[in-house]
Structure formats: structure tokens, C-alpha cells
Design a protein around this ligand. Structure first.
Ligand code: UDP
Ligand code: MG
Length: 313
């Protein structure tokens, strides 16, 4: 039996040695064989150099290095494609996903009752309040409007069986949102809560704006509800206009003055124009996604690796 830990790394020179030490300490105590599969996501610091040094002295270290920064989603996908383990874990390099939890997660899978063990954090402490607020709202919204079951506070840190990895690889979409993908493919998942841990060193790569866009993308990738909004607006506007027509006709019959003010006419025109542009914008977002999807571009491009027969695209 073999365990693969996929570790996406983007400018992680400060924490990599710490992560390697901790992961090695924990994994060498396991009965299973293991590999640490680092995916260097186009780092501009010494990340790749450190990975090469580690690979030189330890056979358990495998790396795959991207030709530029493709993002964490692409890095995870590349990891799944190149993982050789029967059990596969995804974990961050910054020790926010403690390797020490892995033995417990393996035990849960060993019972045979579950196909994956996912983690969620119990608190959002240490996070800016606005970020928490938006995060909560996002989870509530996406669960309402999509098929995928996404848990509030779910992290990407997860251990899964080979079967589930194959299912993920079957989802070859270009616009990847792994929280949605995991929720969509199903399987029996055990949720393991744990206290939020601060990053061991270095800085977070996610600004508020980047996260916000990521959340919007997630909604567009896993829900058609925004598209339906256009139809609903249309129906509501039609009903309102009927009521308005009746109102105007009745007023004409009773008071005799059909000419209403210029201001109210302008308000209606601007209001409808706004709604139309808004709906077109939504359609545009979906169209843009479709456009990227039909191009069938590779999700990542790797330039080097120490894995035999590595899948570089
Ligand atoms: N990461 C990546 N590519 C990116 C951004 C981040 O591979 O473009 C990796 C990063 O190296 C880390 C993980 O994704 O291992 C999580 O990133 P980070 O800790 O910055 O995010 P946070 O924990 O603050 O959400
Ligand atoms: Mg982190």
C-alpha cells in the first residue's frame, strides 16, 4: 500500500524545509510506503531549487515543476494525474494542513466505511471579519443553488482512495473548482473538524479580491441559477407591466389625462436597460467559460520533473 501526498507550492521557500521535516517525521512512522509529490506552481523564489535538493537526498520526494504560475487548482490536478499511491492526500505546504492528522485519517479509511476523509475547520479565528462574512454567505448561497454539496469551512486538505482520484481525473474541465468537483462526484466522505492553524512561515497567496473572484467562478462553474435569473426578471417585469397598463387605462377612463410625466418614463427605461445589461453580463460570463472550455487547452504545462514518465501536460 502506498500513500501519495500532493503538495502545491507557490513561492514557499520559507516553509518547504519545515514541511518536509514534519511530513517525513509523520509518514516514516506509517506502515505504508509514501511519496511526497510537490508541484511547483511557477514559483519565482528558490522553491524549485529546494525541491531538487530534497529530491537528491530522499527518494520519497517527487516534484513536478510548471512552466509558469497556473494556480492551485491546476497544481492539484497535475498532482492527481501523477500520483501513484493507492491513497492520495492533498495538503498545503504551509503546515496549515497538519501531516500529523494523516495517520488518523488513514485509520478512518481502513474501516472501509468511507472513501475519503475531508477536513473542515471549527473556527475562522485569525481571519479578517469581512473575509469570514463573505465566506459564510458564499457557502450558504452555493449550497442553495448548485448540485454540489459544499461544506462551510471545508479545506482542500483531504485523503482519498484511488477510485475517487480516478473520478476526479474524469472531470477534465478547464475551469476547475475543486470544492465543487469533490462535492459533485459524491462518494462517502467523513468530515474531520480541526482547529485552524496559522501558516508556519511565509505569506498567504490569496488576497481578498482573488478569493472573491474564485468564489464567483465557483458559482458559475457549478450552478445555472444565475442564468435562470434572466427568465425570472422577464416574467416579473411582464406581470408588473400588465398591472401598470391596467392602471393607466383605468386612470384614463376615470380622469381623462393619458400623458404621464417625463421623469417616470425615464425611470422605467433606465431600470429595464439596467436589468437587461445585468442579464447580458451574466450570459457573457457563462459564454466566456464555454469559450475557454471549447478551446481544450491543457490545464497545466510542466517543464521538468523527476517522476518517471511524468505527465507534463
Ligand atoms: N498555491 C499554489 N498556487 C497559487 C497559490 C497558492 O500552488 O497560485 C499553494 C500554496 O503554495 C499553498 C496552498 O496553495 O501550498 C495554499 O495557499 P495559501 O496558504 O497561500 O492559502 P491560504 O491557506 O491562505 O488560503
Ligand atoms: Mg495557507
Amino acid at each position: 500500500m502506498k500513500l501519495t501526498a500532493i503538495v502545491p507550492c507557490y513561492n514557499e521557500q520559507e516553509v518547504l524545509p519545515l514541511f518536509y521535516e514534519e511530513a517525513t517525521r509523520v509518514f516514516s512512522g506509517l506502515e505504508a510506503d509514501y511519496e511526497l509529490l510537490f508541484v511547483n506552481d511557477g514559483s519565482s523564489d528558490r522553491t524549485l531549487a529546494i525541491l531538487k535538493e530534497l529530491a537528491e537526498k530522499d527518494d520519497h520526494v517527487k516534484y513536478l515543476s510548471f512552466s509558469r504560475n497556473f494556480g492551485k487548482e491546476a497544481a492539484m490536478y497535475a498532482g492527481f494525474r501523477n500520483a501513484s499511491g493507492d491513497y492520495v492526500a492533498v495538503m498545503d505546504a504551509d503546515l496549515q494542513d497538519p501531516p500529523a492528522l494523516i495517520p488518523q485519517m488513514l485509520e478512518i479509511l481502513a474501516t472501509g466505511e468511507y472513501d475519503s476523509v475531508a477536513t473542515c475547520r471549527t473556527t475562522r479565528e485569525g481571519e479578517p471579519p469581512i473575509r469570514s462574512w463573505f465566506a459564510r454567505k458564499f457557502y450558504r448561497l452555493i449550497n442553495k443553488i448548485s448540485d454540489a454539496d459544499i461544506r462551510d469551512g471545508a479545506r482542500d486538505f483531504r485523503l482519498m482512495k484511488r477510485q475517487m482520484v480516478e473520478a476526479i481525473l474524469g472531470m477534465t474541465e478547464y475551469n476547475r473548482f475543486s470544492k465543487g468537483i469533490m462535492g459533485w462526484i459524491g462518494f462517502r466522505t467523513y468530515w474531520l473538524p480541526y482547529e485552524n492553524v496559522e501558516r508556519a512561515a511565509g505569506e498567504t497567496k490569496w488576497s481578498f479580491w482573488k478569493l472573491f473572484k474564485y468564489a464567483l467562478d465557483g458559482i458559475i462553474n457549478f450552478s445555472q441559477v444565475p442564468l435562470n435569473m434572466a427568465s425570472w426578471f422577464g416574467i416579473v417585469m411582464t406581470v408588473v407591466s400588465f398591472i401598470f397598463i391596467i392602471f393607466i387605462v383605468v386612470r384614463r377612463l376615470i380622469f381623462g389625462d393619458p400623458v404621464a410625466g417625463w421623469a417616470s418614463t425615464m425611470c422605467v427605461i433606465i431600470f429595464i436597460g439596467g436589468i437587461q445589461l445585468f442579464c447580458m453580463g451574466i450570459i457573457g460570463r457563462y459564454l466566456a467559460k464555454t469559450y475557454l472550455e471549447t478551446k481544450k487547452r491543457p490545464i497545466y504545462i510542466a517543464s521538468e520533473s523527476n517522476i518517471e514518465e511524468a505527465k507534463l501536460l
